[in-house]
Design a protein around this ligand. Structure first.
Ligand SMILES: [Zn+2]
Length: 373
């Protein structure tokens, strides 16, 4: 009888352990993620200063549909910095690059760290991707040392430290750093660190797979979208960058910035800001086409902040600027897939957008955000 009872107990226990094991597995992080899928490649596209009403004004004034609005997920980003309700592009870029909020003016450094400098900083998505064996690139229509590209490729206590920022970029492990010319970038220093130096569209198009490159395009030519260009449009830069990055079996991370949406909004110039929103959207279209055919690439489109406080006059039906500065409103977060952990209608802190992109590239809590010493 005792043996019988033991046997029954043993069977019941075994069954219970089995059932709990099953439940355990479904919640076990080591077996996978319940709420998002990992992607081999991530393309983060930042429309500097691009708010919801920048898009509305663009559609109305240019009579266009926007490729970004075809993306299946639309969330929001809360754009403030640690110290200010209204962020600048440095703290905004750092939140999107490093998953941490910091003080306005900071490039990839912590706020409350007296040793915040190049030897002790939060890793960026570019650096995390490179740690994972991926290739990383930064493409912008701003100067390469501008606050947004700098946040993804440098660490400096102030955005004005152009020399330090350019030096970090020229000695980085990135595969490409492309944008407008910045004072301290020289062909010699680029070559010393294995970067091909280029200034024209023809040179960009001639780049071959396996190369590393540093582009210094002409500012005025990039800013004027209608000029007879010797410099590439952002969409061309995006296509070529993807082409150069996509042969690594571990994948890639690419940041693409449309910088002049912000710059023209500061001067309340709808003609310029909407023209550059269209240019940025054409680059998004290139990334989305690649992602659709590749199947392993996630595209996320957002902004670091809104610029100009664009609002609608209900009686005239016209959009107008209410500010010459940045504002603190939420900005769009468009995501190319529904399984990447972003939920339509949800508002995330700007730094959480970055953290989720690191997760999508395989990071867990200890990997990102993380201090690098
Ligand atoms: Zn900005």
């Amino acid at each position: 009888m005792l043996v019988f009872i033991r046997t029954v107990l043993s069977l019941v226990l075994t069954a219970l352990i089995g059932i709990s094991g099953l439940f355990g597995m479904t919640g076990d992080k080591a077996t996978g993620h319940d709420d998002y899928k990992e992607y081999k490649n991530v393309i983060l596209m930042i429309g500097d200063g691009m708010g919801f009403n920048t898009l509305e004004a663009t559609k109305k004034l240019r009579n266009v549909d926007l490729a970004m609005e075809t993306m299946p997920v639309l969330s929001q980003s809360e754009t403030r910095s640690l110290t200010n309700k209204v962020t600048d592009s440095a703290a905004g870029g750092t939140a999107l690059a490093c998953g941490v909020r910091t003080y306005n003016g900071a490039i990839g450094v912590y706020a409350f760290n007296p040793f915040a400098n190049r030897w002790q900083y939060p890793v960026s998505l570019s650096e995390y991707a490179i740690e994972q064996g991926k290739l990383a690139g930064v493409v912008t229509t701003d100067e390469t040392s501008g606050a947004t590209p700098a946040s993804f490729s440098a660490h400096a206590i102030a955005r004005g430290e152009e020399k330090n920022i350019s030096n970090d970029q020229m000695t980085s492990d990135l595969t490409l750093v492309w944008g407008c010319a910045s004072e301290s970038v020289t062909p010699e220093k680029c070559a010393e660190n294995g970067f091909e130096y280029l200034t024209t569209r023809a040179q960009m198009n001639a780049l071959e797979e396996g190369s590393r490159s540093f582009a210094q395009f002409d500012w005025a030519d990039i800013a004027d979208v209608k000029s007879e260009k010797d410099t590439p449009y952002l969409a061309e830069m995006t296509a070529k960058a993807i082409d150069l990055l996509d042969d690594d079996e571990d994948g890639f991370f690419l940041m693409v910035e449309g910088a002049h949406i912000d710059k023209f909004s500061h001067s309340n110039d709808f003609n310029g800001s909407t023209a550059h929103t269209v240019e940025f959207d054409k680059a998004i279209e290139v990334a989305l086409e690649y992602a659709a055919q590749d199947g392993e690439t996630l595209v996320v489109v957002t902004a670091d902040h809104e610029t100009g406080g664009i609002t609608l006059n209900e009686s005239t039906g016209e959009y107008y600027y209410t500010s010459g500065s940045h504002t603190g409103v939420n900005v769009p977060v468009f995501v190319s897939a529904t399984d990447a952990g972003f939920v339509s209608g949800e508002a995330y802190k700007n730094c959480e957008v970055s953290t989720q992109l690191a997760r999508v590239m395989g990071a867990d809590e200890k990997d990102f955000p993380r201090i690098k010493i």
